[in-house]
Design a protein around this ligand. Sequence first.
Ligand code: PFF
Length: 452
Amino acid sequence: MPESRCMQGIWSSPWLFILAASGSAVGLGNIWKFPYMVGENGGGAFLFVYLLCLLLVGLPVLIAEVALGRSVRSNPIDTINDLHERHIVTKGWVFVPYLAGLAGFLILSFYSVIAGWALAFFERSLKGVFKGVTKDETQGIFSTLVGTPTEMLAWHSVFVLLVILCVGQSVTRGLAMLVKILLPVLIVMLFGLSIYSSIVGDFDKTVSFLFSWNWNQITPDVVLAAVGHAFFSLSIGMGGMFAYAAYMSKHMSIARACTIVVGVDTLVAILAGLVVLPLVFSLNIDVDTGPSLTFVSLPVAFGRLPGGLFVGAIFFLLLILAALTSAISMLELFVSWLHERFYVSRLKAAFGLGVGVWLLGFISLLSLNEWKDIHIFGFIIFDFLDKFTSLILLPMIALLLSVLVALRIPRNMLENELITRNPKHFKWWYNVLKFCSIPIMVVITVGGWIGV
Ligand code: PFF
């Protein structure tokens, strides 16, 4: 088993894992979701809890997932089967990676609908629709799009097709190269746009909104939202990182690689907040508007900026590519498993799964308009999928994977994998995972079941 992944190839440079993992982490979650989550959950209070979650739960759990993936060098399903055959874990654990694959599948179904919005906005930027638009006009453009199932279906289909074609290739080939160009360009662009937003928008209000809070704003709902978003944003609990880690070079320090991924992901999210929120405040858009926030506020800025239509088109293109590199990792678990276990070609596996994703996405996009009266636990299907995956499924799978690593896998196996120059680092990580991350996740998972 150990080097079975050579079929697929090990990342040719240790940095390629970091690039691919960052590509999975950085996506719509950072640019579309983070600004509106901050807006809906009280600003600084959410940011504070979110950063704490990244440190106390996100990073330790990501390290655990990556260590597990690299130790056996196979897809997550075969990895756990292998541990079961070696009597390290009982039969029940074998189901955990299937749950992780299911989470990726469910998330991709609505994620591709949102990526479809980015495609639609890209097309409108190219056509110059945003020239001189007001907030009310962009609100109208957004509502018309969300109210037109045929157009959303067309863009959703284009995105799913792109995902199928990309996942159908071996991931070690093109993905890291794409991310290598995409990430620096995206970061520079967000940086530039944040400077522009701070000049034309309400920067002072943004800073006080983002960086100050009252302790009584930190409610259980805010904590639940922050933890759920930390899992979503770091792509933890869906097996994507686990699957990528199997291609990772043994010479790379897992702790260092994961710290860089968390750092890049956080940087992009905060930059996106600094781009969107000053505009939101200066345009008098309600900060707790929800999912439309980024799509309503940014086009107004692009419409006024000199050369803004071009900048807007590039921005939406980068957003689509960032969404694509994230989406690829959502299907990777099942695709690599079908390919390695049953010798199904990657393209066929991706196509089969893609059809399922497309269908479920179709249902969730209908729930935004024609089927908006159908509710599951009080939510339309689109929101239910989002809440169910972020608040219940991901924390639960991450908890199970962490328990597996901290309490079931022999400590010496982990020590070999996570060897660092300073043995104290291993102890810190192990103790934080065991005594901090796991208890927090237990509370969150129970809270998620009660709250949703
Ligand atoms: N981390 C991605 C984002 O922030 O957009 C979302 C994501 C990627 C979720 C991969 C799940 C996953 F497996």
